[in-house]
Design a protein around this ligand. Structure first.
Ligand SMILES: [Zn+2]
Length: 446
């Protein structure tokens, strides 16, 4: 305690061993110790008494599209990291596509890092991209510190990021397995998508029919088969189809190295409630029926699904037309993800500890940051969110920090007000007031 510069005290501190009253001592930006609630605080050490507000580890969001540089009118590091900080997120990992250039070579990674450096309000890491023609770039990118590689198995939505066919997947995955890297996959099978009825227009039911569950199920089955053959590490991005859960559970039981994420919108919004023409609800794979959502929650509870990430993927408002077939697909969830997931988790009888496990501990593990992030315990970075879990607020798009204030959550009343967010022992946002950017660029730790 004597070398601590700061102590955060709360009656409810979420630690890996459970929630308890505690005093968390911080030194040099790291958690020095988790002490009894009434531990003596020497004079000269700053004490922040949080009362009954919950102190939880800052969230680690491993699926964010920042789009900077190149499509900064969609989003940028300044706005995205402010939105994240306001929502209790202290680390994000940026997706390799929708920026120009995409993160598919070491040069491109350097460009992205330079752009992000001065704008990051929270810590930022990068995924690389696996394209049909960049197999030779994968190892250099890995050695330059990307956390893994993203691939699409169906068209990505942008021309500069083509998808892998099954041969391409086999080639990229074999290369990635050779250095025991991680491949993260948008798993929808293009043949099933082509075979599905394509009916343009404003009806959500038509859009849902155009992205059927079997497109996901087939692509996931193929991915699992490849991972098993190569003993490679793979991660299924944004799972929506609950029909794929049995085959994922079986693969995990068989020892296949597969992990799975889902997203706040699949867990909290349903196809039944999407108004026709409301393309702020459009994402791929799509938001499905409420019965599907029940099964996703069950899979989170039993561990078949590992974690929850935002897949924050904004665009300018003009691309969100009322034609679901052509509108940009992507939901902006950074600032609201904790509150949205907590609101539904709470209703379903899950604890805030569960939410922290899904949105902080497990995501930190996914990218190998679990020695530094994802828990309140000695030795980890002093990254925190302070949450009033029983307070509610109504979502006002004007209060959102991301660049284009399009949201699928407008008007919803959510539980969980983020009072402040802390990065390495510094309060970076409180009551909508931000400090200057203090985020660092993160690289994979070998
Ligand atoms: Zn995404």
């Amino acid at each position: 305690m004597s070398d601590a510069e700061l102590v955060l005290r709360s009656t409810r501190v979420i630690t890996p061993e459970g929630t308890r009253p505690a005093s968390v001592a911080v030194a040099d930006g790291k958690i020095a110790a988790v002490l009894p609630y009434d531990a003596d605080v020497p004079s000269g050490v700053r004490l922040e008494d949080l009362g009954d507000d919950v102190l939880l580890p800052g969230l680690v969001d491993t699926h964010v599209h920042v789009n900077d540089p190149g499509r900064t009118e969609w989003e940028g590091f300044w706005t995205a990291t402010r939105a994240a900080a306001a929502g209790g997120i202290t680390t994000l990992v940026d997706m390799p596509l929708n920026s120009l250039p995409p993160t598919t070579t070491v040069d491109h990674l350097r460009t992205k890092q330079e752009v992000a450096a001065d704008k990051a309000h929270i810590d930022v890491g990068f995924w690389g991209g696996a394209l049909p023609d960049n197999v030779k770039d994968l190892r250099p990118l890995h050695e330059s510190g990307v956390f893994g590689f993203k691939a699409f198995l169906s068209p990505s939505g942008v021309d500069e990021f083509p998808h892998l066919d099954q041969d391409g997947l086999a080639r990229s995955l074999a290369e990635i397995a050779s250095f025991d890297g991680l491949l993260i996959v948008h798993a929808e099978d293009p043949h099933h998508l082509e075979a599905a009825p394509q009916q343009p227009g404003p009806r959500y039911a038509d859009f849902l029919a155009s992205r059927p569950r079997d497109a996901e199920d087939t692509a996931i089955a193929q991915l699992i088969a490849q991972a098993k053959r190569l003993n490679a590490r793979v991660h299924v991005l944004h799972l929506s189809s609950s029909d794929a859960l049995p085959l994922i559970a079986r693969a995990k039981a068989d020892g296949v190295r597969v992990t799975v994420e889902t997203c706040p919108h699949y867990l909290t919004l349903t196809a039944e409630e999407v108004p026709d023409g409301a393309s702020e609800f459009k994402c791929c794979p799509p938001i499905r029926e409420s019965a599907n959502q029940d099964l996703l929650w069950q899979a989170l509870a039993d561990g078949t699904v590992d974690c929850v990430v935002t897949d924050h993927s904004p665009s300018t408002a003009d691309l969100k037309t009322d034609d679901f077939a052509t509108a940009w697909g992507g939901i902006s969830g950074l600032q609201l993800s904790l509150a949205a997931v907590w609101t539904e988790a709470r209703r379903r009888g899950h604890s805030l500890e569960d939410v922290v496990r899904w949105m902080s501990a497990r995501t930190a593990e996914l990218v190998g940051l679990d020695a530094r992030k994802g828990a309140i315990e000695a030795g980890r970075d002093a990254d925190f969110a302070v949450l009033a879990p029983d307070e509610t607020f109504t979502v006002d798009p004007a209060a959102l920090q991301h660049r284009n204030r399009v949201t699928a959550y407008a008007g919803k009343t959510l539980y969980g007000v983020v009072k402040s967010t802390w990065l390495r022992g510094e309060r970076i946002v409180a009551d909508g007031e931000f400090t200057a950017p203090k985020g660092r660029l993160l690289t994979r730790t070998p």
